[in-house]
Design a protein around this ligand. Structure first.
Ligand SMILES: *[C@@H]1O[C@H](CO)[C@@H](O)[C@H](O)[C@H]1NC(C)=O
Ligand SMILES: *[C@@H]1O[C@H](CO)[C@@H](O)[C@H](O)[C@H]1NC(C)=O
Ligand SMILES: *[C@@H]1O[C@H](CO)[C@@H](O)[C@H](O)[C@H]1NC(C)=O
Ligand SMILES: *[C@@H]1O[C@H](CO)[C@@H](O)[C@H](O)[C@H]1NC(C)=O
Length: 333
């Protein structure tokens, strides 16, 4: 009897259909995002993909809007060309949009233009349904990892997530260890060892777990997001062995947490960039200091995915705030 109940509950839970905005910073033509679109849609979700027309890695939360009605240069991989409109959708799919902006502004464009203008009524001809509320913003999976607060402040993938959290919409940033900038027309396939396909399946597993647990409640607490980094998988893993990476709870800062730096290269008389661990990032200020850092998980384990929870209240904790307040006592009223 209990088994039957569990089976029924599971069937019921697994058919939850949620409204998801999917974005990234590598552009709407990236294989990673197209594979994730396919899997989330196949899982029964109502997915609206809205992402930059061009590569916008490293643009953090910047909020570009198109300066002209039409594109002045080709989009990524020349898929959308110079002279075409600065925003639009796939000719045969109203749920896949590009925008000549950043990842963060693409989400706002989806919320404030695409949804009210095009998803406010059911239209069977266009195969779209009403989006009355956005349950989750999924950003990524990025081509390349986004580890530590050093990249939290730089990554366009994370910028789209934080910008959504500001608006009270739950958001998760996913980043892969596959860094090839790949065009979906070249690389989108059903090969189970293709990293983008493994990441897409794991993203569905992850978000469906949250949806099942939360039901009609918000997927995550207000202002709280998750930064997920996948290891090398499938063809990019040793002996193609990693096909189902394990989820590991982690934190953003801590051992090995790094950020970009520059150095002077005497031989070539040039300034070069390098990623280095930094003292301010290794220290634990907030949260559970016993957790491993996501940098450690990705650098020193195999086939493990780091899962770090963050919040967009950037204020210092009371102790730190008070110690600074004391310093400023003479000039503060
Ligand atoms: C939906 O959007 C269309 C196009 O902007 C508009 O004409 C219509 O009034 C809107 N309908 C509702 C119910 O908001
Ligand atoms: C709607 O779905 C049908 C069947 O899947 C497909 O042939 C058609 O191209 C779709 N139309 C749009 C506008 O997406
Ligand atoms: C990387 O992406 C490009 C562009 O889609 C593609 O031509 C190439 O085959 C890819 N390389 C690998 C190793 O996947
Ligand atoms: C990986 O492990 C080594 C040895 O314990 C350690 O020194 C290093 O900091 C770790 N790397 C990261 C990125 O945490």
């Amino acid at each position: 009897m209990l088994n039957i109940f569990i089976t029924i509950a599971f069937l019921f839970a697994s058919v939850l259909s949620k409204n998801i905005i999917l974005t990234n910073d590598d552009g709407f033509t990236a294989t990673n995002i197209r594979s994730t679109y396919k899997e989330l849609t196949n899982a029964g979700h109502n997915v609206l993909l809205v992402a930059p027309v061009s590569q916008r890695s490293g643009w953090s939360g910047k909020f570009d809007v198109p300066a002209t009605k039409d594109l002045l240069i080709d989009g990524e991989f020349g898929y959308i060309q110079k002279g075409q409109p600065s925003w639009g959708h796939e000719a045969d799919n109203m749920n896949i949009w590009y925008f000549n902006g950043t990842p963060a502004s693409s989400v706002s464009f989806a919320l404030n233009y695409v949804i009210p203008q095009f998803f406010n009524s059911t239209d069977s001809q266009d195969n779209k349904t009403v989006i009355d509320k956005v349950d989750l913003v999924v950003s990524g999976p990025n081509e390349g990892t986004n580890l530590s607060p050093g990249y939290f402040t730089i990554s366009g993938t994370i910028g789209a997530a934080t910008s959504s959290l500001y608006r009270g919409i739950p958001a998760i940033a996913f980043s892969g260890s596959n860094s090839n900038n790949s065009f979906f027309k070249d690389s989108l396939n059903d090969d189970p060892l293709e990293p983008s396909n493994i990441y897409a399946k794991k993203i569905v597993e992850f978000v469906d777990d949250l949806f099942d647990k939360q039901g009609d409640n918000s997927v995550l607490p207000l202002g709280t997001g998750i930064n997920v980094n996948f290891p090398k998988v499938g063809y990019e893993s040793d002996n193609d062995e990693c096909t189902d990476p394990k989820w590991v709870f982690s934190r953003l800062s801590g051992e090995g947490a790094s950020a970009p730096d520059v150095y002077y290269d005497e031989e070539s008389d040039s300034i070069k960039s390098v990623t280095v661990p930094l003292r301010g990032l290794i220290n634990c200020f907030n949260g559970d200091c016993s957790l491993p850092s996501e940098s450690f998980i990705l650098a020193n384990t195999t086939c493990q995915t780091s899962v770090s929870v963050f919040n967009i209240d950037y204020d210092a904790n009371t102790e730190l705030t008070n110690s600074v307040k004391t310093l400023l006592e003479p000039i503060l009223n």
